[in-house]
Design a binder for this molecule. Structure first.
Ligand SMILES: [Zn+2]
Length: 622
């Protein structure tokens, strides 16, 4: 009964709030100043506010005041301030310290439940300008994460930040902007941190407000004298004709949230469909069943544009070791007519003959990866790695004109926590024309084997970011990559988009991916503490978890678009164009794509011609 009664009560309160009748909430207090209006501000539109530090403040009308409270929550005074604000129907903005939130999470949730806006104020209230940039960023990030976890939800926190002592640097300002945070300064100081009487605080605030006419007032809810001064201050403000404005961020609408989560799920289903089709074709081929593209009409869609863009790929993909099979491939293409496939290369590959261990190239001709865009067919390990293990010493088979690996760069978490300019400000310490090759989303037969063949032929060491469930399915591929000296990192268990998950789900995805990869490798130490986020989309909760596990977060610098429906030549073109931007950095490729396998020999040859050098990144022994 009690819960029903309180449920009804909150419904009534909600209805009152919804209809904007603030006064209904504090009918018992006719002297209440109330909240005159709600102002929605978008950090994307106004990045910095407060005339004491910056040129502009919030778009307030004359005699409009915004109340803000810093440094809490505090068990001694925050509840008193909340009671007074409730009695006066006033909504304010609280800038919370992460450390204080962790100590008093219930009080913080009380602030939230009272309907106030909640921003953050770092973890421990340092002078940010006196810290290194990394330390300052950690303070900001940890503050946000602590407040979020104290709130036990990820949606309440407003993207509002106020710097301790109102001190920042231009680099910190840029970082806040990159995180979508609005930097709050102040218009009016209350000096409530000084040893003033409550009367003196009221006098200073009103005098300063009279000068400015409107603005954001800074107070501190950790100060007992502020709690004592607040009733008198609100009374004085009302008497002088000031009106209180409640500032809120734009909320993600229900529809926007459902759309975001749905897109994440569709991407995942799409990814699993490719995995399933690839596995199906592998099993079918092993049983001697020829699958044609028409057999996958389930995945087709009648789109002329896609058919056109898929077309150039097919003749090259069908480039034959054996003529009769190539005819079969052409026939199957004809049979499918103008059907366009979502992932034509993956599906087309089902009709591409993969050389059987016995089907070598003609003895009088040596096919090298440079000559042909398909991996040399004499390598029996391509189709059946289990039956024909990889060469023990890949260097022995290295091509004479191979680009090779110029040096090894060992990194550890204390130096590099987040790398790659697509998502982070920090880069690997690479020299001009130094590149790091990375392969995502595998291991997946037969492509990972083919990629490893090309890398071995060119004596190139790369980093593979593997999906845990894929590693479980193909442990032999993962072990081959490790045995041949490549670095292995992870990218979650199921390749979900992290932003579509709760903080707990995201943490489990990351942890499961690591556990599965370690098990597939058969050794915990074989796995590097390197992580890359699916779709290069992260959340601050995921970043905090990786930080807590001392795992280096890899983004990338360059993209080859090899996930897109483009030809292998276009992959090479786009990779080179992307790299030429900066001429040093991390290139992201995918070892689950036929077009990547076909593009790789040409890409490596062209990189060598242009004077690039490959750097192999490893985890430093700690
Ligand atoms: Zn402060």
């Amino acid at each position: 009964m009690r819960s029903i009664a309180s449920g009804l009560l909150s419904l009534v309160v909600l209805v009152c709030l919804d209809s904007g009748s603030w006064a209904a909430d504090c009918a018992s207090n006719p002297e209440a100043i109330g909240t005159s209006r709600v102002l929605t501000v978008d950090p994307g539109m106004q990045r910095r506010i407060g005339t004491v530090q910056f040129e502009a403040t919030l778009p307030l009308r004359d005699h409009e005041v915004v109340l803000s409270f810093d440094d809490g929550p505090s068990p001694e005074s925050t509840n008193k301030i909340l009671d007074e604000l409730a009695a006066q129907c006033v909504k304010a903005t609280f800038f919370i310290l992460g450390g204080m939130a962790s100590q008093s999470p219930a009080i913080l949730r009380h602030v939230r439940n009272e309907g106030h806006s909640i921003g953050t104020h770092t973890q421990t209230h340092p002078h940010l300008a006196r810290l290194t940039f990394d330390e300052a960023r950690n303070e900001i990030d940890q503050g946000i994460d602590s407040v979020r976890s104290a709130l036990k939800d990820r949606d309440t926190l407003a993207p509002f930040f106020r710097a301790p002592y109102l001190e920042t640097t231009s680099r910190i300002d840029s970082y806040l902007e990159s995180r979508g945070l609005m930097l709050w300064g102040i218009d009016v100081d209350s000096d409530d941190w000084m040893f003033l009487t409550p009367e003196a605080i009221i006098a200073r605030v009103t005098a300063r407000l009279e000068k400015k006419g409107r603005g954001v007032v800074l107070m501190h809810d950790i100060q007992g004298r502020t709690a004592v001064a607040l009733p008198g201050l609100l009374k004085e403000l009302k008497a002088r004709g000031y009106r209180i404005v409640h500032v809120v961020p734009p909320t993600e609408t229900f529809i926007a949230r459902v759309a975001r989560q749905s897109i994440a799920r569709i991407r995942y289903v799409h990814y699993r469909a490719i995995v399933a089709v690839t596995e199906l074709s592998r099993v079918a081929r092993a049983k001697g069943i020829e699958l044609t593209r028409a057999g996958y009409s389930l995945f087709s869609r009648p789109s002329g544009k896609s058919a056109a863009s898929a077309a150039p790929e097919l003749p090259e993909a069908a480039k034959p070791p054996a003529a009769s099979e190539s005819t079969a491939a052409r026939d199957s293409t004809t049979a499918s007519g103008s059907l366009a496939l979502d992932h034509p290369t993956v599906l087309a590959s089902t009709s591409i003959p993969t050389p059987e261990p016995t089907a070598g190239a003609p003895a009088n001709r040596t096919v090298t990866p440079e000559e042909s865009s398909v991996p040399a067919p004499e390598k029996p390990s391509i189709a059946t790695p289990k039956n024909a293990p990889a060469p023990k010493n890949p260097a022995a088979t290295c091509e004479p004109n191979a680009i090779g690996t110029s040096r090894t760069l060992a990194i550890d978490w204390t130096q590099f926590k987040q790398i790659g300019s697509v998502q982070f400000p920090n880069d690997l310490p690479l020299k001009d024309h130094e590149l790091v090759l990375t392969f995502d989303d595998g291991p997946m037969p037969p492509y990972t084997d083919k990629v490893l063949d090309v890398l071995a032929a060119h004596c190139v060491k790369a980093t593979f970011f593997v999906v845990g469930s894929q590693a479980t399915d193909s442990p032999d591929l993962l072990r081959r990559a490790k045995t041949e000296g490549h670095t292995i990192g992870t990218m979650t268990e199921n390749h979900y988009e992290l932003a579509g998950l709760t903080a707990d789900e995201a943490q489990k995805e990351i942890a499961d991916g690591i556990a599965s990869s370690k098990e597939a490798l058969g050794s915990a130490s074989a796995l590097a503490p390197f992580f890359r986020d699916p779709y290069l989309k992260t959340t601050s909760a995921a970043e905090a978890y990786l930080m807590s596990q001392r795992i280096i977060f890899w983004s990338s610098d360059f993209d080859a678009d090899d996930w897109e429906n483009i030809s292998p030549d276009e992959v090479v073109t786009r990779a080179l164009a992307s790299i030429e931007d900066k001429r040093r950095g991390i290139l992201e490729l995918h070892d689950i794509q036929e077009r990547t396998v076909l593009a790789l020999p040409k890409l490596l040859a062209e990189l060598k011609r242009r004077g690039y050098r490959i750097v192999h990144v490893t985890a430093k022994e700690m």
